[in-house]
Design a protein around this ligand. Structure first.
Ligand code: LLP
Length: 431
């Protein structure tokens, strides 16, 4: 198997895995497992690397953190302190953003199949709404005429690491694709006296090749030009969405930020100028890029079972804790935390404690000799890890720790059995 070269915040100290300078085995002993660990430093680096690269080419930039990737309050607060804006896709995410200190003017709501009472909740707060279809605009205008609206355009080019994560293209539910329909939404909003406008696309998640992105941006900006020219609408912001891929496998090519800037940001800049679109903010909406490699999941080995067919390593995290492998067949690299210098000893399936055969974190994985009690580190778990976790099989959810200046800080307590009872009511006949 290709060996993974460890890079920050991961470090190999005499065969033991350290995360932000702290032994992960000690973290597991101190807080128990399953445990999500996030690096404050790495999140800040990811944010600033992206911001600096874009602002160097185009100065009016806004980074909206797509908080579906991870809504931990401490994480939201730290991104806010860096100057991030927030992409929210549900009223609950807006609530989380507000609770962490984001003001409504820094939140963009991009929903689908939105209920009228949800629109009212957002309108009352003054959060900018990214309209997904004509009827959503109509419902909104019955509640309020907002000062700003944005429209989610489906540029009919999509991409992503899995079919479930491609969010543009002819067969996809998101956004508006027919140009006449897009023009009508803007025309109706303008007629209703909406004063400020944005335009938005998000083509998918886990994009590793830039070509589809470039193609989508071209079509998208041509549509923006039509809206501008035919309706005399100037955009305050143009949002290109998120979806920037990260390397999960040791041999994955990392997302090429300089290529993104040279191909996408340059294209944006030149088209905005050529089409005379004014001076809109260039917005991007990354989730994964900001937090994925800033997080790991620690899990303990409960069992090693060898049959005449297969070798299983049973751990205390299943798809209740990290669903990506079961849901998308996603690869997450796994390290045996105290055996980094040992040679691989065999091929194992790393499986969880749930009563489903699909509860597999890794299939056919080469690992060093593993024994019960070993701590495994599942890498790239900062995005879509905890946020997609559940209490399935009545298993309380994991705890979360943030590494801050070399020290661990508990940022979410481990759920207890009592939490399984929250909001349930017992209704028995005769009571
Ligand atoms: N903006 C919108 C409107 C989105 O729907 C998404 C993701 C993003 C931004 C951020 O995408 P990112 O930069 O994180 O790729 N659960 C899947 C990912 C689903 C993402 C859905 N939308 C996974 O674990 O891979």
């Amino acid at each position: 198997m290709v060996k993974r070269k460890l890079c920050e915040p991961l470090e190999n100290r005499k065969g033991n895995l350290y995360f932000d300078g702290f032994s992960v085995v000690e973290l597991a002993q101190k807080y128990d497992t399953p445990l999500y660990v996030l690096s404050e430093k790495r999140v800040r680096e990811n944010y600033n690397r992206l911001y600096d690269a874009i602002v160097d080419k185009y100065k009016d930039v806004r980074i909206y953190y797509a908080c579906k990737a991870n809504t931990n309050l401490t994480l939201l607060k730290l991104l806010q302190s860096e100057g991030a804006y927030l992409d929210a896709v549900s009223p609950g995410e807006v609530f989380m953003g507000l609770s962490s200190g984001f003001t409504p003017d820094r939140i963009l709501f991009t929903g689908i199949s939105v209920r009228p009472d949800e629109l009212k909740f957002l309108a009352d707060l003054g959060v900018t709404i990214n309209i997904d279809c004509q009827s959503e605009l109509e419902h909104l205008l019955k509640i309020v005429v907002p000062s700003t609206i944005s429209v989610r355009v489906n540029p009919e080019v999509g991409d992503g690491h899995h079919d479930h994560c491609i969010t543009a293209g002819p067969n996809v539910k998101f956004g508006i694709c027919d140009e006449e329909d897009i023009l009508k939404v803007y025309a109706d909003a303008k007629k209703a006296r909406v004063e400020h406008f944005g335009i938005h696309m998000h083509i998918g998640s886990g994009i590793s090749k830039i070509d589809s992105y470039v193609q989508a941006v071209k079509r998208f900006l041509d549509i923006a030009k039509r809206v501008h020219d035919e309706l005399d609408i100037t955009f305050d912001f143009i949002d290109l969405g998120g979806g920037f891929g990260v390397s999960y496998r040791p041999d994955d090519e990392p997302f090429d930020l300089s290529e993104f800037v040279s191909k996408v940001v340059s294209l944006f800049k030149s088209k905005v100028k050529a089409y005379k679109l004014g001076k809109p903010f260039l917005c991007v909406e990354p989730g994964r890029y900001l937090v994925c490699d800033a997080g790991i999941l620690l899990t303990t080995v409960n069992m090693v079972k060898v049959t005449s067919h297969r070798k299983f390593v049973g751990v205390d995290s299943g798809f209740n804790t990290l669903i990506r492998p079961a849901m998308y067949g996603s690869y997450h690299h796994i390290l045996v935390a105290n055996k980094l210098n040992l040679k691989d000893s065999g091929i194992f399936d790393v499986v969880g404690p749930l009563c489903e055969s699909g509860d597999v974190l890794a299939k056919d994985r080469e690992l060093p000799p593993v024994v019960e009690g070993d701590v495994l580190a599942v890498l790239n778990a900062g995005a879509y890890g905890f946020s997609m976790s559940s209490q399935y099989n009545s298993r309380p959810r994991a705890a979360e720790v943030m590494m801050r200046q070399g020290k661990p800080v508990l940022i979410r307590e481990r759920e207890q059995f009592q939490d399984l009872l929250t909001s349930q009511r017992v209704a028995l006949q005769g009571e």
